[in-house]
Design a protein around this ligand. Structure first.
Ligand SMILES: NC(=O)c1ccc[n+]([C@@H]2O[C@H](COP(=O)([O-])OP(=O)(O)OC[C@H]3O[C@@H](n4cnc5c(N)ncnc54)[C@H](O)[C@@H]3O)[C@@H](O)[C@H]2O)c1
Length: 419
């Protein structure tokens, strides 16, 4: 049986994409190298926050199935690659999953097929990495025999207002005809499409979006460090500046940046630019400031424990919210890791509370989890609010017996200290 779409990589990006396509009536299959992912989805279980088991059941009812057999890609008219683009051990771009996925597609490529890369990567990836793999072993040519496109994913985990359908999507092709095919495909389930001049513009646009956040978060973090040094209330500064109705976009300081995208994507840009002899100085400066933030939070916590007269080796600290952003279950690259690590290094006993994150390991050692918030606050000398999940009611936090270090600027009260 043929399929309209095969999604490669059924994670935080691929699964919501498959869900949107199924909902629009496209016959969709998914290919993933993880047997656990495939078995779970075929059994009706979602492993991605924001996609419920009920959504998977609806997808299954619409004919969706997952497989770890790459030969299934042969059945699809369009293949969309949504595999991870992380960093290698040396901190440089790791495109091994993109290469592996491209090889799997190349083995199944047939004339007329549309292949789209959605994974975030540096400008040139579609043309320089994916295209040679597809053309090399198949003998088919992009733009002539098959269509090759790049369309970055803008999914915002935890966002209830914007999803795949109503978030404008940038689409590009290796040739105008490739772009036309990509527009026709996405037009079936995305409301607004924005066509860029070429694939490098679309790749760069995605990196600009995330680098913009990276650099601006670093800017307010550095403002927070300066305000802390000089006794200026940074939260009041942010409130006042935020009232400007034009020319100012608000960002909040915190313990650092996390997730699979914001800390990683600028590294792709810096690496590619560096290889081309261009030095992105803003990225280097932002990286330097952001890497200081977990240690700053640890320092502030140590100062508070000192004020309380509690020696670090007798202190109990609970981290509230270890996910990298509010109301998500994703704790990848979360600054909670280095904060916990820094506190442990001072001899502090550290636990965490996060209803979204069932397990959290720091430096290879699991961090003790407290199930209930009252229990978490009761046993602690100090609570550190790292992530303002909507379950954290500020009245409960500020009435607690323990001191509260609030890195999100949400709480007020006699026992509360703001970052
Ligand atoms: N998570 C986000 O919020 C987000 C937002 C926009 C863009 N992106 C980008 O989207 C891409 C995917 O990210 P993600 O968060 O969905 O990753 P993820 O880790 O959640 O999911 C990736 C999936 O791909 C599978 N996989 C790995 N190699 C494979 C291969 N060779 N063939 C088939 N399947 C393979 C993994 O088993 C996993 O299930 C990345 O480039 C990321 O930067 C992510």
């Amino acid at each position: 049986m043929t399929a309209d779409l095969a999604v490669i990589g059924l994670g935080h990006v691929g699964l919501p994409l498959a869900r949107a396509a199924c909902a629009a009536g496209l016959t969709t299959l998914g290919y993933d190298v993880s047997d656990a992912v495939v078995t779970g989805l075929n059994g009706g279980r979602s492993h991605v926050g924001g996609v419920r088991d009920g959504d998977v059941a609806a997808m299954r009812a619409a004919g969706f199935s997952a497989t770890s057999d790459a030969a299934a890609l042969r059945r699809a008219d369009t293949v969309v690659i949504c595999v991870p683009t992380g960093l290698g051990a040396d901190g440089t771009p790791d495109l091994s999953a993109v290469r592996a996925a491209s090889r799997a597609v190349a083995r199944c490529l047939r004339p007329g097929m549309l292949v789209v890369l959605e994974s975030t990567s540096y400008p040139g990836t579609t043309e320089e990495v994916v295209r040679p793999v597809l053309e090399g072993s198949s003998g088919l040519r992009a733009g002539a025999d098959f269509h090759l496109a790049y369309s970055p994913q803008r999914i915002d985990p935890g966002n209830r207002r914007f999803g795949v359908r109503n978030t404008p999507k940038v689409v590009s092709g290796c040739t105008p005809l490739c772009a036309k095919h990509a527009v026709a495909f996405y037009g079936r389930f995305v409301e607004t499409l924005v066509v860029s001049r070429g694939t490098r513009e679309a790749e760069m646009a995605k990196l600009l979006e995330n680098t913009y956040r990276y650099v601006n978060i670093a800017l307010v973090d550095e403002v927070a460090l300066y305000c802390d040094r000089t006794g200026i209330d940074v939260w009041d500064v942010l409130y006042c500046a935020g009232t400007k109705p034009f020319g100012f976009a608000p960002f909040r300081p915190g313990a650092g940046v996390g997730g699979h995208c914001i800390p990683v994507d600028p590294r792709y840009l810096a690496a590619k630019a560096g290889a081309e002899g261009f030095s992105f100085r803003m990225l280097a400066a932002a990286h330097e400031v952001l890497s200081r933030m977990p240690a700053h939070v640890v320092g502030r916590a140590a100062g508070l424990l000192d004020e309380l007269g509690t020696p670090p080796d007798r202190a109990s600290v609970v981290l509230l919210g270890v996910a990298y952003k509010p109301d998500v279950a994703d704790a990848r690259e979360s600054p909670a890791g280095p904060v916990a690590s820094g506190l442990r290094a001072r001899g502090v006993s550290v636990r965490y509370h996060d209803p979204h994150v069932p397990e959290f390991t720091v430096d290879g050692v699991p961090l003790a989890r407290v199930e209930s918030l009252p229990e978490a606050l009761e046993g602690a000398d100090l609570a550190i609010l790292l992530q303002d999940h909507s379950c954290y009611d500020m009245t409960t936090l500020t009435r607690a017996e323990c001191a509260l270090l609030d890195t999100r600027g949400k709480a007020a009260g006699p026992r509360v200290t703001l970052l």
